[in-house]
Design a protein around this ligand. Structure first.
Ligand code: SF4
Ligand code: SF4
Length: 402
């Protein structure tokens, strides 16, 4: 699809990359059949192909309407369309660029801007988020049920390993996960300790940058990335084997640091090194002897929800089911595994109606074989599903820590 860049964009490297990305699209429409928002609304403008046209229109006219921005806002960035596209269209990257350009071309009103700023500010600061979460837990009995169910229960934590092993890996503690589901990394630490690996957290590292970057605040997102690189660099130079992420949403951005900071001379090389070192916790375990963990697998059937970021962005759709099967767990049948649960970062807050419809569909598809537990690999999916599920929703690594 040829795009004739408007003069406003001819010198903009992001716009030029968007033009090149759009070039790959051949309008075939295969992606419509696997796009959750198109299946929900049946509106072409809520489909990958429709959104590609909207970004193309912006690049050619130098202008975007609030309506175009609304259809881009409704995209989950689940990247299911990338898995389906026969032409190798990198839709996720295009959506990020399009969002950044539309924030400038079609500015939001003050209320929307303030709300999005507040979300970005709060969610990317773990200490502040933990404080707000604790306040929410205190007033939960006073809240309407629809709001109370959104506040996750406090998790009890197992003892931390005390020994230092001969192998070490960095771990991303993250922002929302470290406050809302700290048991995930606690379990990861204990499992890897038993396999002879110590997980090390760099105190100065924080949010991976996804909250800011995917909401179109690219400069803030890139600053988050630079801060993490600075925090990790001494450990990388000291020989850390990998940077482990137990939230696939974060991992899918960490692997893009190299590309996103490629034009920053001070960070390009380091960012590429960081991206090359990133591993999902499942990729680390895949290389290890799980039999030595002697896991108690008597928990009943487990329905696995493979997060979109794991299957469509990191291209590891079988990772969780394979590990759980190898460990001896009984996996439940599920349906429509390629479709998003509706969590999608801040989507569940900014687009609640669509998000809840997608969650209802997902819980139906996960429940067809009456599982005892739902296991996922990303904090956002876990919290979103748990708010409406009738069975416990856990990070799969917790199952290995039994
Ligand atoms: S499947 Fe790929 S090439 Fe076909 S319309 Fe969708 S994005 Fe374009
Ligand atoms: S990223 Fe997901 S919601 Fe967005 S266009 Fe692609 S399939 Fe649809």
């Amino acid at each position: 699809m040829y795009t004739d860049l408007h003069e406003n964009f001819t010198r903009d490297p992001d716009a030029r990359q968007a033009r090149d990305l759009i070039d790959a699209c051949v309008h075939c429409g295969f992606c419509l059949a696997t796009c959750p928002t198109y299946l929900d609304s049946r509106d072409e403008r809520d489909s990958p192909r429709g959104r590609i046209y909207l970004v193309k229109q912006l690049l050619e006219t130098g202008d975007a309407s609030a309506l175009s921005r609304t259809h881009l806002d409704r995209c989950l960035s689940c990247r299911s369309c990338e898995t389906t596209c026969p032409s190798g269209m990198r839709y996720g990257r295009l959506a990020d660029i399009g969002r950044g350009l539309m924030e400038e071309s079609a500015p939001r009103n003050t209320a929307q801007r303030s709300w999005r700023y507040l979300l970005r500010y709060l969610l990317s600061r773990p200490r502040l988020f933990r404080l707000v979460l604790n306040l929410g837990r205190m007033v939960r009995p006073l809240l309407p049920a629809s709001l109370a169910t959104q506040i996750p229960q406090r998790q009890s934590l197992p003892p931390r390993p005390v020994a230092t092993r001969s192998r070490s890996m960095l771990v991303l503690e993250g922002c929302v996960q470290s406050a809302a589901t700290p048991r995930t990394n606690a379990a990861a630490r204990r499992i890897l300790d038993r396999l002879g690996i110590t997980l090390v957290a760099a105190p100065q590292a924080g949010c991976c940058g996804a909250v800011n970057y995917h909401l179109g605040a690219h400069a803030d997102g890139l600053d988050n990335m630079r801060r993490n690189i600075d925090a990790w660099w001494p450990h990388i130079e000291a020989g850390a084997e990998a940077i482990v992420s137990s939230a696939s949403g974060c991992g899918s951005l960490l692997v893009e640091y190299g590309e996103l900071l490629a034009r920053d001379p001070a960070y390009a090389e380091k960012a590429a090194r960081v991206s090359a070192l990133v591993r999902d916790i499942g990729e680390v375990l895949q290389q290890e002897d799980l039999a030595s963990l002697a896991v108690d697998t008597g928990v009943g059937k487990i329905a696995v929800q493979v997060p979109c970021t794991l299957q469509h962005a990191l291209k590891l759709p079988d990772l969780i089911p394979d590990i759980l099967r190898r460990a001896g767990f009984d996996l439940a049948q599920t349906q429509e595994g390629h479709l998003c649960c509706g969590s999608a970062g801040t989507y569940s807050i900014l687009q609640p109606e669509t998000s809840q419809r997608l969650r209802d569909n997902k819980l139906r598809a996960l429940g067809v074989d009456s599982p005892a537990i739902i296991a996922t690999g990303n904090v956002g999916c876990q919290l979103h599903l748990q708010a409406a599920a009738e069975v416990p929703v856990v990070h799969w690594i917790e199952l290995l820590d039994r």
